[in-house]
Ligand binder design. Structure first.
Ligand SMILES: [Fe+2]
Length: 208
């Protein structure tokens, strides 16, 4: 998703309104996802971990502050494009590209660090029940109208094993109405054969 924005911002013809519109939509999707990643961790994960493992959270907090700044800057640049005269748009496009490269580099490093260090620590310091309760709150906050757009992209990034794991977790902790929408749109992120295979792995999917 982060590399997608970098690539799209590099090849967009900024004088072309249709292409700018497509880039805007792609950015808004990323802004929503990264924004909720930051918000969920700031509200639900970091306060719990900070009490149990000292000196870990500030490092990740600092990354979030940086990512918020990049997103804020990108938002201003991209949303300002329609009002920018066509002759000046190429220069703004270069700035958009620079910010997209920056947010890709810092954001993916941050996620890797979280996978390798923060989440193993979080898992070690919290019980399974606590983790499911937090996940439930995270899933409850996802606006239902965002699911049709996000589900195919998420599924497209995962392999079959990861898809199965994610779907089982969504099934267990997501509000049933949201999960129903997810199951409707998840198949668009994979081949029909892959979806059939997942339905065999998780028979309960056919009853949603
Ligand atoms: Fe994070």
């Amino acid at each position: 998703m982060l590399d997608g924005l970098e690539q799209a911002s590099g090849r967009t013809d900024y004088a072309n309104d249709q292409q700018v519109g497509a880039l805007t939509g792609q950015f808004q999707g990323l802004h929503g996802l990264l924004g909720s990643h930051i918000e969920d961790e700031d509200e639900l994960i970091f306060p719990v971990l900070d009490q149990r493992a000292k000196h870990v959270v500030p490092n990740y907090n600092a990354d979030h502050v940086g990512d918020r700044e990049h997103l804020h800057k990108l938002n201003g640049l991209i949303m300002g494009l329609p009002k920018t005269p066509a002759a000046q748009r190429a220069a703004v496009g270069k700035q958009v590209y620079r910010e997209a490269v920056a947010v890709h580099a810092t954001g993916s490093l941050h996620m890797e660090k979280e996978e390798q260090i923060l989440y193993p620590l979080f898992n070690a310091h919290t019980s399974d029940d606590e983790q499911w309760a937090i996940l439930k709150k995270v899933y409850e906050k996802i606006p239902v109208e965002m699911i049709p757009m996000a589900a195919p992209g998420l599924m497209g990034m995962l392999n079959q094993e990861e898809r199965e794991e994610e779907l089982r977790s969504f099934m267990k902790a997501m509000p049933p109405a949201s999960f129903k929408v997810l199951v409707e749109h998840a198949p668009k992120g994979m081949s029909p054969a892959e979806w059939q295979e997942l339905r065999k792995r998780i028979p309960a999917l056919t009853k949603v």
